[in-house]
Design a protein around this ligand. Structure first.
Ligand code: MSP
Length: 519
């Protein structure tokens, strides 16, 4: 079996409702995976939930529920959400699943045996909300701990620590030697700056079970559970291990008997938000190195969204509810805005007016109008029968195919959208300039009319194929209206002129209803 292209997202904290930030990351990764699949690659997409830790334990207690039952309840909403977004994920991992816990415990056992851990007493500050230890260095200018830490308590306890310091130089060398390891480059420079200027402290990888028992028990010391980040990061290999990934199973000494043996590791991309880059590009590589596994090929850190120029926050009510947007405007309008508005890397700003103007400008009047009038004209003037191949727009469409593929390949999804829309705009102009509705009145112009109709409808087909990774639903609807559903070529085989003369298309129906007609 050949190795699959394997991409992952961060796993979301189960206690909370899916918001724009979660949706963006999952849609972005979906576009990435679908773009690789559109090139004919065999892909695997993993997403899931991070379920352990103090916050969940506390929330379950407040709800008077057992933590597992509490997580099971919430997990339904999250898995529904993946369907609402039409994610093409192949697996959905939950860290409270047996398959995950077994792998975490196998890793802990191996690393413990090989001397990577030691115990030590810690005296200091602890933030239960962030499940992290703090020092005086974490205080702000007024001497307080930031409000993101919630109530900070002083405590003294013994825990297990993972030796990191001995790997610091190796990691610096690795990141320097592999410039693509962290994307975009300004995030890579941040990580390198941090590693060069700070001495890495060892990582506390346990919490006493007396204080926190909703976690994975340490296999060699029942008084402790595993620190939630050590547990969560492992999802990227526990899911492949559960499918019998040979590299992972053999390295960790896990049985592959009866499992399909999917070859996934190393991951091609871990897609995450900029806030959790240290966990992914410092702790995770060191964990993998200690285990004897190769590193993922690339960590992609996306930016954060604001709404109307202000921080997204439930407390102030400044939120974007993706489900409400999808219900009102349709899924592809949501996917389109996410990718069109924000390049992969910088921070973005959601504005309702921007959303509405992209909807009516680029989707309804741009793409929707083009598809509708191309198919309507073909129906009216040629009874939906495709005329002979003609190439007025061949050169431009071919250039757009090449550019769009390159943008997908280089993670420039916003540019891919722009490139596809340059063709949408061009074909709309072509229709305005050639005025087929006028030519149709003159029987002597019938040949020229056929040429124009071919160019518009063939461009629409090319647009549909290029759109598949971004707007799978819309691409499917266009393919159905063209009556070529199920017959879309992979991107590498997409050429002008593949829509054959004599093919009979279906009937047009609006893709993006105009807002004034929707209510
Ligand atoms: N559970 C951890 C991740 C563990 S991965 C091994 C976590 N969960 S989270 O629910 O807080 O965040 C999940 C993802 O959503 C993160 O990548 C985070 O950056 C992203 N976002 C959360 N809010 C966001 C925005 N406002 N904008 C964009 N993405 C944001 O962290």
């Amino acid at each position: 079996m050949a190795k699959k292209f394997y991409a992952t997202t961060a796993i979301d904290y189960v206690n909370g409702h899916p918001h724009l930030g979660h949706a963006y990351e999952k849609v972005m990764t979906d576009v990435l995976v679908r773009s690789r699949r559109a090139e004919g690659k065999d892909t695997y997409y993993l997403t899931g939930l991070d379920e352990h830790g103090q916050k969940v334990q506390q929330a379950a207690r407040d709800a008077g529920m057992d933590p597992q039952a509490y997580c099971d309840d919430l997990a339904t909403a999250w898995t529904d959400f993946t369907r609402r977004l039409q994610l093409s994920n192949d697996d959905f991992i939950r860290t409270s699943e047996k398959r995950h816990k077994e792998v975490v415990q196998a890793i802990l056992d191996k690393l413990n045996r090989e001397g990577h851990f030691y115990t030590a007493e810690y005296k200091g500050y602890y933030s239960a909300r962030q499940e992290t230890f703090l020092t005086d260095r974490d205080r702000n200018e007024s001497g307080e701990f930031d409000e993101i830490y919630g109530d900070v308590v002083e405590l003294s306890e013994t825990n297990y620590y993972f030796r990191l310091g001995c790997h610091q130089q190796w990691l610096i060398d690795y990141i320097e030697a592999n410039p693509d390891f962290i994307y975009p480059d300004y995030r890579r420079n941040e990580v390198l700056g941090f590693l060069r200027n700070n001495e890495l402290e060892d990582l506390c990888i346990t919490r006493p079970a007396s204080r926190l028992n909703w976690g994975i028990p340490l296999p060699f010391d029942p008084d402790y559970v595993t620190y939630v980040w050590f547990d969560a990061l492992t999802n990227y290999i526990s899911a492949p291990a559960s499918h019998g990934d040979p590299l992972i199973c053999d390295t960790l000494g896990l049985s592959r008997e009866g499992l399909p043996g999917l070859e996934l590791w190393p991951a091609d991309h871990h897609v995450i938000g900029k806030d959790i880059i240290k966990f992914h590009s410092v702790y995770w590589p060191i964990m993998l190195k200690a285990m004897g596994l190769p590193l993922p090929k690339q960590i992609i850190a996306h930016g954060w969204w604001q709404k109307e120029g202000r921080k997204i926050s439930k407390t102030t009510g400044n939120i974007v509810d993706p489900v409400a947007v999808i219900e009102e405007w349709g899924l592809d309008a949501f996917r389109f805005y996410c990718i069109r508005e924000l390049d992969l890397g910088p921070d973005g700003n959601w504005t309702d007016s921007g959303f509405e103007s992209r909807y009516s400008g680029e989707l309804a009047n741009g793409l929707g109008n083009l598809v509708n009038r191309s198919l309507s004209m073909l129906k009216r003037y040629r009874q939906s029968v495709v005329p002979p191949v003609q190439g007025d727009l061949e050169e431009e469409a071919t250039a757009v195919i090449d550019q769009t593929r390159a943008h997908y390949e280089n993670l420039k999804f916003q540019s891919a959208v722009q490139s596809i829309w340059s063709l949408v705009t061009r074909v709309n102009q072509y229709i305005d300039q050639t005025a087929p509705f006028k030519l149709a009145k003159d029987p002597e112009q019938s040949g020229r009319l056929g040429e124009i109709l071919y160019n518009t409808v063939e461009s629409v087909r090319i647009i549909a194929v290029l759109l598949q990774p971004l707007l799978p639903d819309t691409a499917g609807k266009i393919a159905d209206q063209l009556a070529i559903g199920g017959k879309l070529p992979i991107l590498g085989e997409l050429r002008w002129g593949q829509l054959p003369e004599g093919h009979v298309t279906g009937s047009p129906s609006p893709l993006f209803p105009r807002r004034d007609l929707m209510n």
